[in-house]
Design a protein around this ligand. Sequence first.
Ligand code: T3D
Length: 261
Amino acid sequence: MSSILVSLETGVLTITLNRPDKLNAFNPEMHQLLRQALERARDEEKVRAVLLTAAGRAFCAGQDLSERNVSPGAAPIDLAISLGSHYNPLVRQLRELPKPVVCAVNGVAAGAGANIALACDLVIAARSASFVQAFSKIGLLPDSGGTFFLPRLIGTARAMGLALLGEKLTAEDAAQWGLIWKVVDDAQLMTEALSIAEILSAGPTKGYGLIKKAFALSATNTLDAQLDLERDLQRQAGFSEDYREGVAAFKEKRKPAFKGK
Ligand code: T3D
């Protein structure tokens, strides 16, 4: 059974983490297949949005700890190798993909599993889901962008509380805190997430890519630099076919038919 399932329908590439008996914890194979699926999303023109979700009762429990040998006498484990070769490239890939990524968090998201979800563009969670910065429970610090995303999304006080205490944050609280886009009833999760992904897949893909780029750079830019960036990116957006279509449709009082070009 493959640890990643991939399907393409109406422009939405749905990627499902599929190690449910391991709470979809990451092993090297799952990393590799997930990265391949995201490369496909980048390269195939007919993919206009990505929906990331998972099978079973969990979203992802982070690193598969059964793969880490810490028995007495075992060689020290250099975790920088794992981050450098797996987690960091994955987060960069999600952030740099010039197409929107919706994450449907179907259950507990722990450790890197939580932060991979937060690296997506729009996170929607089932009411029974939760987010756990489990790292400190095993002597680690949040990775996969956690120390970057958390304080920016919810402020340092709450980010520090989550990181130090490693407590479960319910999906409801995550939404209230502004960590995620919204929470929905469990039975509605996939319908809602797919409906959002389909709206995005019918949208101005180039413009969406530029929105992602602008937000990514705003994290380090001054206001002046960001204004210049907006000017330059807006130039690109204005040259897109979808901009012309959007304005024409507005004037003609009809629904735009964006082509993602
Ligand atoms: O190593 C590197 O490459 C560095 C990078 C690290 C990135 C990271 O993600 S570090 C953080 C790793 N993840 C964790 O520490 C999370 C550990 N898991 C938990 O805290 C809890 O299991 C959950 C909060 C995810 C879920 O809790 P709960 O009560 O719903 O389930 P449970 O009973 O704790 O777990 C169910 C089973 O899944 C259990 O196995 P068993 O007893 O039924 O045979 C448990 O051991 C297993 N499991 C859960 N998480 C992992 C796991 N097995 C391996 N790896 C896991 N991460």
